[in-house]
Design a protein around this ligand. Structure first.
Ligand code: HEM
Length: 247
């Protein structure tokens, strides 16, 4: 085991997790008013309305797929009656759809951020770092899923990457499991830890502030300040004065 392997597959993950946790506590205590998406919807919404849902839904689906493919051991899915072939078909199909949605979404968001001058001026250095990391992680993930698993000869990442990932989560690191994985998978995982490390210092913190109360609150009613110039047909039938109009 070389020092670089320990650095990449033990030190990096734990350092990223520590920075992620401590960073969120620090940000929450020092910058609650800055805890926001820093939305630019008011500056540009034509591209945002496509890019944002494609990116967010694709990313959520991909992360859901990671839970199934990486956190759940092969033995469990086999016990549940899901064969290796069935798992492969499901992960390649769902992963391809999720990955393509993610790629389309992030490309639209990056285009919008560079093409719209008003959005461009609001872009910080941290935004650039996050975009670059997301493009690297999503790009490599899609090449793995489509290039290697859906169209190529396939790679059983559940026997290597997944074993290593679970070993980190359960605090008995097995860096050896990752050493033999193809470079694409190694780069994807290493860059993913970097996203975790910058998360608390970026606008990604908004992910923990989903406005779930919106689902239950009464709807906001917008009314005109002035009466419309020409009353609507339904309004025309209303009595104009007490005792007037139809009964
Ligand atoms: C250390 C953490 C991570 C590990 C170990 C990991 C591992 C993997 C693996 C093994 C695949 C390939 C699946 C296949 O070949 O079918 C993959 C795909 C992918 N990953 Fe990750 N990943 C991690 C974090 C992330 C993060 C943070 C993102 C950001 C959104 C991400 C986005 C994707 C995407 C978009 C794909 C392609 C679509 C899919 O198969 O779901 N990954 N990842």
């Amino acid at each position: 085991m070389r020092a670089v392997h320990l650095l990449l597959w033990v030190a990096l993950p734990y350092a990223a997790i520590a920075i992620f946790l401590a960073g969120h506590a620090w940000r929450y205590r020092t910058d609650q008013y800055g805890w926001t998406t820093r939305s630019t919807q008011i500056l540009e919404s034509r591209w945002l309305k496509w890019g944002s849902p494609l990116f967010h839904l694709g990313a959520l689906a991909a992360i859901g797929g990671h839970v199934l493919g990486i956190l759940i051991p092969t033995s469990w899915t086999e016990t549940a009656g899901v064969s290796g072939e069935a798992y492969h078909a499901l992960s390649a199909t769902a992963g391809t759809i999720a990955g393509l949605a993610c790629v389309a979404g992030i490309l639209i968001l990056v285009y919008r951020r560079t093409a719209s001058a008003r959005v461009r001026v609001t872009t910080t250095r941290m935004d650039v770092v996050v975009y670059v990391l997301l493009i690297v992680v999503i790009g490599l993930g899609v090449v793995e899923t489509i290039g290697r698993n859906a169209l190529g000869g396939g790679y059983d990442y559940r026997a290597t990457v997944a074993v290593w990932f679970r070993s980190i989560v359960f605090f008995h690191p097995e860096p050896d499991a990752m050493v033999g994985a193809p470079i694409l998978y190694q780069l994807h995982a290493a860059a993913a830890w970097l996203i975790l490390a910058v998360w608390p210092f970026s606008r990604l913190v908004h992910a923990w502030s989903i406005p779930l109360q919106y689902l239950g609150r009464p709807p906001v009613l917008y009314r005109r300040r002035w009466a419309p110039v020409r009353p609507r047909r339904s309004e025309r039938r209303l009595p104009s004065s007490p005792g007037g109009g139809r009964r």
